[in-house]
Design a protein around this ligand. Structure first.
Ligand code: CDP
Ligand code: CDP
Length: 223
């Protein structure tokens, strides 16, 4: 369905992709794909089933049959609400380990494409613009300094009742960024035609407005 518009937001961890994607989607009346949740859910399902994070075959079959669904902003594995469990940093690390495996990425490809429905989609991840929706109208690569990202993640985790310290988070996010950038399967990098947005010193509203401006510049009519 290439007539369905897609706006991609890729970038490193805690750069604000999810927040930006949700708000832009709300303004445009579009659906959202949180592709990281699929890798996180695969890692969590593996942990629950006692599957090793090195076992590419079994991980790929878990990914292909994930009993995952989204409902009212919440995320469920079978009947269990895993929205908060998915956000734990250990699950993020596990996600980035399974995400380096080509068969896992392949197993999740079709599921991601299925989110592209009228009137449009905002897709958040690492490879939305480079691999999953290379024909999309707008690709944003969102970054912020590692220090700012660690600070933001810290605040966010504390608000959700997780314990965390900034030094540990900074180390974790640098480790995860390195793994995401250096893998051979769909590494984290801006698409050739991506617009770069560094929001180290931009608040959420200003970032949303910038993206909506780019979106409207690329399209003759609103929406
Ligand atoms: O999805 P991603 O990991 O890239 O980041 P996020 O979960 O959207 O954002 C991480 C945290 O940074 C959230 O608590 C956002 O509210 C916050 N944030 C911010 O304070 N200022 C920004 N310009 C962007 C995000
Ligand atoms: O919210 P945050 O940016 O920390 O992470 P996420 O977007 O939920 O993604 C978790 C992990 O899944 C990332 O560190 C990547 O390794 C992987 N991922 C990916 O490889 N490709 C995507 N499109 C989305 C996530």
């Amino acid at each position: 369905p290439h007539d369905v518009p897609v706006l991609c937001i890729d970038g490193p961890t805690a750069s604000g992709k999810g927040t930006l994607a949700d708000q832009v989607a709300q303004r445009l009346g579009y659906a959202v794909l949180d592709s990281g949740a699929l890798y996180r859910a695969t890692a969590l399902a593996a942990q629950c089933a006692g599957v090793s994070l090195q076992d590419e075959e079994r991980l790929a079959s878990l990914a292909a049959t994930l009993p995952l669904h989204f409902d009212g902003g919440r995320c469920f594995l079978d009947d269990e609400d895993v929205t908060d469990a998915l956000r734990a940093e250990a699950v993020g690390q596990g996600a980035s380990t399974v995400a380096a495996l080509p068969k896992v990425r392949q197993a999740l490809h079709q599921l991601q494409l299925s989110f592209r429905r009228v009137p449009g989609l905002v897709a958040d991840g690492r490879d939305m613009g480079t691999a999953i929706f290379p024909d999309s109208e707008l690709k944003v690569f969102l970054t912020a300094s590692a220090a700012k990202r660690a600070e933001r993640r810290h605040k966010q985790l504390m608000e959700k009742g997780f314990s965390a310290n900034i030094t540990g988070l900074l180390r974790d996010l640098e480790e995860r960024d390195a793994r995401d950038k250096n893998r051979s399967a769909s590494p984290l990098k801006p698409a050739q035609d991506a617009r770069l947005l560094d929001n180290s010193d931009l608040d959420i509203e200003a970032s949303v407005n910038q993206v909506l401006t780019w979106w409207s510049e690329g399209r003759p009519f609103p929406g």
